[in-house]
Design a protein around this ligand. Structure first.
Ligand code: CUA
Length: 182
């Protein structure tokens, strides 16, 4: 059987690249480098991607940090955790969020610590009045993310796991209450 595709005529591999082709090739090369640089620059200077800080941590160590944090925190009558300082911890676990429900206040910069004690989870936080508005972070065991976060508006924020993590995934929900003043 012969192929219906015919090779171009003559010694086509030996011909030099057409001038226009070289110009476009050069331009696209320069453009790719610019965009690549911008991607890295935007992570640092844009306000969409907080890079925060990451630490290496074992699940056992993170559980200890979590225990110290909850020991120091107090609790409201409704059972909401009140952090003692600006550090707020959440530990993702099949299938709940340790550290929730928690009560925080607006206009204060918190350091949100995130890690998983078992498998990969997704941290998705959404204000109740606009559930499609959300921030998302992948949470992996062995890594502790520290994200600076400030709430502009009071209200209920839902904490939802958005990474499939097993049979209880859809029940993995937590709550963050934000008030104007604690
Ligand atoms: Cu945790 Cu899905």
């Amino acid at each position: 059987m012969t192929s219906p595709m015919k090779p171009p005529e003559g010694n086509w591999w030996g011909q030099s690249v057409n001038r226009r082709e070289s110009i476009w090739l050069g331009l696209s090369g320069i453009w790719s480098i610019l965009i690549f640089g911008w991607m890295s620059g935007y992570t640092r200077f844009g306000d969409q991607n907080p890079i925060g800080e990451t630490l290496k941590v074992s699940p056992e160590e993170y559980q200890e940090k979590m225990n110290d944090y909850t020991d120091e925190a107090s609790e409201t009558e409704e059972g909401l955790l009140v952090p003692s300082g600006d550090d707020v911890y959440f530990a993702a676990q099949q299938w709940y969020w340790q550290g929730a429900p928690v009560i925080l206040e607006t206009g204060r910069e918190y350091n949100i610590h995130l890690s998983s004690l078992d498998v990969q989870h997704g941290f998705s936080m959404r204000p109740e009045q606009a559930l499609s508005k959300q921030i998302n972070f992948q949470i992996l065991p062995e890594y502790e993310w520290i994200l600076p976060m400030e709430f502009d508006e009071p209200g209920t924020y839902h904490l939802i796991c958005n990474e499939f993590c097993g049979v209880g995934h859809r029940t993995m929900h937590g709550r963050v209450e934000v008030v104007e003043e604690l």
